[in-house]
Ligand binder design. Sequence first.
Ligand SMILES: [Ca+2]
Length: 165
Amino acid sequence: MMDARGLWMVLCLLLLAHASLQQNSKKGNGKKVCLKGTKIHRKCFLANLVKQSFHAASDDCIAKGGSLSTPLTGDENDQLYSYVRQSIGPDEHIWLGINDMVTDGHWVDQSGSNVRFKNWETEITQQPDGGRNQNCAVLSTTANGKWFDENCKAEKASVCEFNIV
Ligand SMILES: [Ca+2]
């Protein structure tokens, strides 16, 4: 026979188990998977084949609850590059979520923070080389995912990224 204290302990354990089960099922229902596009690290990436200016592409991503793709590491850049090849094409460029509109040569992300990871093409050309005429950046699938600065009014495909953490 269990005394009152033992019964109380069992009740508490049951309540705890129930609470953690609920938490697990909540996690299961969360946005852990990418219904469309592809998952890279803790982000979903979704290609937009419509060719449009940097600002229009950026606005589209924001309207969808995301932002223009901005790879933070070489590995993420490589995976984004292969996703763009598969989803958009082997001879394409996509807008990245970085620009140097405020101060030429000072590249910032969509929140205005310094860009730490950069992947400019520097072997054949010396990117970024467009000065004040080119204040946006593209990732090129013809150059193995290397970056080029570009006129923000040019019309390019894009990829939006969504945080799924
Ligand atoms: Ca520039």
